[in-house]
Design a protein around this ligand. Structure first.
Ligand code: NAP
Length: 338
């Protein structure tokens, strides 16, 4: 419906996976901007596993979404009315848009895209939170060095595809873990991973990793947690590092998996460290300069997985947990992508 703000609000807290039944759709009046605000037309909205955490009772380090609140989400949009200095009609911006078609936002919370670094599609992936997470997690937390063997789980997803390529650019040998033969072929044929393991076909993931990494694993970049983490720890080399980026296998689980191989960290003198990308805020510009240069050279590539229509955002969230996305999952809104 035109001239209305199409919104998805939280209807109920999910048990297990979240889906369309947990969200309510409505069309609210578009709010004209006050001084200092802009009205934005949403274009691409990011769908992230963390959203499942935000709608739970106790999300931990971020505030939870309340019932009736518009779902929180980052994304790319176009300014269609501005009463904020430095932002003009037509500017492409990134902001916390939420699951809505026409958010009215404080200008101070909206960042104009620097299109000299990359396109709007690049800004929702490699130049956005996804790429920054891969960059800081792999380089600062993983402390990769040339010649090392790097194993990445969730490798066919948004963060994983970039994390693996970053390690490849730094002259590491890169092995990805992903679900299904198509995703594995995507990693080795299109993204230059040295090998890929289909964990869904594995009867013994520990043995499969050992075959793919015969000298052991120097850095394990983990997006998944659970038994995958155990299998990777069993293959760590002495001095190995484990980057705890995410643990999607546990996010919606009714019973948490207890990691069994932690004791191996002792003899392997290994380090395991979690991180939150927002802590690197002061260094985003450095990361974006590096990422942009490698996008331009064609050494860093992303696959966007686009689903059409804001009304499908909740379905998108459940797709992440079923492995139905390849690459960075986004919702296209208003059919106005450039
Ligand atoms: P994504 O990887 O594009 O999508 C999630 C993928 O996880 C799915 O495609 C699926 O791939 C895999 N998966 C789902 N359930 C699984 C299970 N039970 N076991 C194994 N794999 C499973 O999502 P993303 O946005 O790029 O996020 C990746 C991870 O990064 C998430 O854990 C997220 O929370 C984390 N993250 C962390 C930070 C931070 O600051 N630390 C910031 C952003 C994101 P398969 O087909 O291979 O199963």
């Amino acid at each position: 419906m035109r001239n209305a703000n199409h919104r998805l609000t939280l209807r109920s807290r999910p048990v297990g996976l979240a889906g369309p039944e947990n969200f309510a759709e409505d069309f609210a009046p578009i709010r004209a901007p006050e001084p200092g605000e802009v009205l934005v037309e949403s274009m691409l909205i990011s769908i992230d596993p963390a959203m499942r955490v935000w709608i739970s009772e106790n999300p931990g380090y971020v505030p939870r979404i309340e019932i009736g609140e518009v779902m929180r989400a980052g994304g790319i949009g176009r300014v269609i009315e501005s009463r904020a200095d430095g932002l003009a009609v037509g500017d492409l911006v990134q902001a916390r848009l939420g699951w809505q078609s026409h958010p009215t936002l404080p200008g101070s919370e909206v960042q104009k895209l620097d299109l000299s670094l990359g396109s709007a599609d690049d800004w929702v992936g490699p130049l956005g939170m996804t790429g920054l997470t891969a960059y800081f997690g792999m380089r600062d937390v993983g402390r990769i060095r040339p010649g090392e063997t790097v194993l990445v789980s969730g490798a066919g997803g948004g963060v994983g595809q970039l994390a693996g390529q970053i390690a490849g650019i730094e002259a590491c040998r890169v092995v990805g873990i992903a679900g299904g033969p198509e995703k594995c072929a995507f990693l080795t044929n299109e993204l230059g991973f040295d090998a890929a393991i289909d964990y869904k076909a594995a009867s013994d993931l520990t043995a499969d990793i050992a075959r793919a990494c015969p000298d052991g694993v120097d850095v394990f970049y983990d997006n998944v947690g659970g038994p995958t983490l155990d299998a990777a720890i069993a293959n760590l080399r002495i001095g190995g590092r484990v980057v705890i980026c995410g643990r999607i296998s546990q996010t919606a689980a009714s019973e948490l998996y207890g990691i069994r191989n932690l004791g191996q960290l002792i003899g392997k003198r290994a380090r395991m460290e979690g991180f939150v990308v927002f802590d690197y805020h002061d260094r985003y510009a450095e990361a974006r300069t590096w990422i942009s240069a490698h996008l331009r050279e064609g050494r860093l590539r992303q696959r966007l997985h686009v689903i059409e229509g804001l009304e499908r955002a909740a379905e998108g969230l459940s797709m992440l947990f079923r492995g139905e996305n390849t690459g960075k999952l986004v919702v296209s809104v208003n059919s106005c992508r450039d």
